[in-house]
Design a protein around this ligand. Structure first.
Ligand SMILES: Cc1cc2nc3c(=O)[nH]c(=O)nc-3n(C[C@H](O)[C@H](O)[C@H](O)COP(=O)(O)OP(=O)(O)OC[C@H]3O[C@@H](n4cnc5c(N)ncnc54)[C@H](O)[C@@H]3O)c2cc1C
Length: 492
């Protein structure tokens, strides 16, 4: 056996999917030394997730990657509509549904628009960016076992050639997917509704349908043909498609069935893969175990109807990243990391519950009892406990989108100045920030940059202390409080 010598590192990320790669990027953004291992030789060959919500785009904006992601997403720009028909040939676009705010006004919730980009297109962009940012990214490398002690984690790795090595890291982040071998090794159970509905089949195929869909482009088209009812998802809007069939039989004559539900001959149709999968709602009972932390599907799985799986994972990475960096640099006590579970596990439960309660039917009216879509898409979840100082104020509403800078929520988006290039969401990250309604010199900040805002959500004399992940850690009028609160939170 050829075992190489042990290497040291600050953080080992296990899993090079969308969430593991984002975790590596967030950690590098905070100056953390990071190694990522991925057992596959390449990024995902499957399109899988396609919708990046506004909040995820805000994370990529902070990482300096929003433009690169949008460039990768150009094929599906203008594909926001839903559509429906018996076959694709006779499908019609549905009107674009615009969520409204109080008073039925359209709301501008974020400096970033959501974007549609298939995971197999996005992941190579993130992989390249992580490498460029200085992460050690090792594909074809599997974590085979690990052990932790008081000082760190010792990980055993094996590459495709069978070469074994070990790596000692201060922390391990498990981004190793729904089956998470790391979560299993730690014996962390999961809770939730389990299977939601019956099994589904995803048929990924190539066929040049550009002439068929031109002028009625769509994100998702519900097809009601009785031979195989389901939904057609645009992957690039021209030649790459996924048909999501109701019912779980993968062994049907898919080329023939697809031609029937498309309603066109599609002579070049080529089925690339047929996957049977079961929508599930399960959330890990603990997100951290000592120096090991779960992110993404390792921590939570949910049905895809609200497009929240990958987006919730990106938020996990953004939340955990600054905390790990603060602890590793000695700025914060290790107890700060307890807030990762306290904040992100309820957020995962909320996202999973909302996803399960949504329907796959794109033609149904949104259910008013469910969370407002922007609460899900623009960071509207309020953490019940964690690294902030509550002010006893009213709770953030859920069925309407009315962000007001409440403690434990993401700061509301407002443009700073007429140029509409800088947002309140840009004030924090990677550092802390203080947003105040009056003379900045009145405030004691201990080095935290202070910004004077003329924003409707700030009352005269008020200030908001923003964490590196844009979450309001404190709000009030005492000019000495922000420095004391920050010190208290970092002490854990
Ligand atoms: C049909 C479908 C549609 C979806 N649509 C959406 C959507 O529109 N929006 C959305 O947000 N989400 C969607 N999702 C969910 C989304 O795809 C997942 O939430 C997302 O891929 C999770 O990313 P991840 O990085 O956590 O896990 P994964 O992408 O599963 O990555 C885990 C990685 O870990 C690697 N790994 C595992 N064990 C080891 C080991 N021991 N050593 C090294 N590497 C290891 C695996 O090889 C894998 O690459 C969809 C899912 C499906 C199936």
């Amino acid at each position: 056996m050829n075992v190489q010598r042990t290497r040291d590192g600050q953080v080992l990320v296990v899993g090079g999917g969308l969430v593991g790669l984002t975790t590596a990027l967030v950690l590098r953004h905070h100056g953390v030394d990071v190694t990522l291992v991925e057992k596959r030789a390449t990024t995902s060959p499957q399109p899988k997730a396609r919708r990046l919500h506004m909040r995820s785009m805000e994370v990529f904006r902070e990482l300096g990657l929003a433009a690169a992601v949008r460039e990768a997403a150009r094929d599906l720009a203008e594909h926001d509509h839903m559509a429906t028909g018996r076959t694709l040939a006779d499908a019609r676009q549905l009107p674009l549904w615009q969520p409204t705010g109080p008073g039925e006004q359209p709301v501008e919730a974020s400096p970033e628009l959501p974007c549609l980009v298939a995971q197999d297109v996005l992941e190579p962009v993130l992989r390249r960016a992580a490498e460029d940012a200085g992460a050690r990214v090792l594909f074809s490398t599997e974590l085979t076992s690990f052990a932790q002690d008081a000082d760190g984690v010792l990980a055993a790795l094996r590459d495709r050639a069978g070469r074994e090595s070990s790596l000692r890291a201060a922390h391990l982040v498990a981004a190793d997917g729904a089956r998470s071998p790391v979560r299993a090794a730690l014996g962390i159970p999961r809770s939730g509704r389990g299977a939601i509905g019956g099994p589904q089949v995803s048929v990924y195929f190539h066929a040049d349908l550009s002439a068929v869909v031109r002028g009625r482009e769509f994100n998702l088209c519900r097809l009601e043909h009785p031979a195989a009812p389901g939904a057609l998802a645009s992957v690039d809007g021209r030649t790459r498609w996924v048909f999501l069939a109701n019912g779980g039989d993968p062994d049907r004559d898919w080329p023939a069935l697809l031609r029937t539900v498309l309603g066109v001959p599609a002579p070049d149709l080529d089925v690339r893969s047929v996957l049977r999968w079961q929508p599930e709602e399960l959330v890990a009972d603990r997100y951290s175990d000592g120096r090991v932390h779960l992110v993404g599907d390792a921590a939570h799985v949910m049905p895809p109807f609200a497009a929240l799986g990958a987006n919730t994972g990106i938020d996990d990475a953004h939340n955990l990243g600054w905390k790990l960096a603060a602890v590793l640099s000695g700025t914060a006590a290790p107890a700060l990391l307890d807030s990762y579970d306290a904040e992100r596990r309820p957020a995962g439960r909320f996202a999973a519950d909302q996803s399960s309660r949504r329907s796959a039917d794109v033609t149904s009216e949104p259910d008013a009892a469910l969370a407002h879509p922007f609460v899900l898409a623009a960071g509207g979840f309020q953490y019940p406990a964690g690294a902030f100082v509550g002010d006893g104020g009213e709770a953030e509403p859920v069925t309407e989108f009315a962000p007001a800078g409440r403690v434990a929520t993401r700061v509301p988006h407002r443009w700073l100045g007429p140029g509409r290039t800088l947002s309140t969401v840009d004030l924090a990250g990677p550092g802390w920030a203080l947003a105040v309604a009056d003379d900045p010199h009145r405030w004691r900040t201990d080095g935290v940059p202070v910004h004077r805002l003329d924003a409707d959500f700030l009352s005269p004399g008020e200030g908001l202390l923003l964490r590196p992940d844009d979450v309001v850690a404190w709000r009030g009028t005492d000019p000495t409080a922000p420095a004391a609160v920050r010190a208290e939170l970092l002490a854990g």
